[in-house]
Design a protein around this ligand. Sequence first.
Ligand code: FES
Length: 103
Amino acid sequence: MTDSWHYAIDADDVEEEDVMPAVVEGREIAIYRVEGAFYASVDRCTHGDAALSEGIVIDDVIECPLHQGRFCVRDGRALSPPVSEPIETFPTKVEDGKVYVQL
Ligand code: FES
């Protein structure tokens, strides 16, 4: 495996229990901050054409803005209808106040 960490966003730009969009290597990514930890997923709901970065973070759950389907931001699993397919998630790390995502 190659080392594929890529800068995504400054840590200070993501508030606690919030989500922000980022473009990483041309991909639209959602960056979540939960209890001081950072998580990353694709910025697209598996149910329809909605950006998860426009949704609401509740604990470690992202609620889709379109039909309120919910996913766990830690592992991407679908938690409540109408979503059933998980979202792809990515490892993150923070160095010098910057959040990196492994794609
Ligand atoms: S588009 Fe996300 S729940 Fe429908």
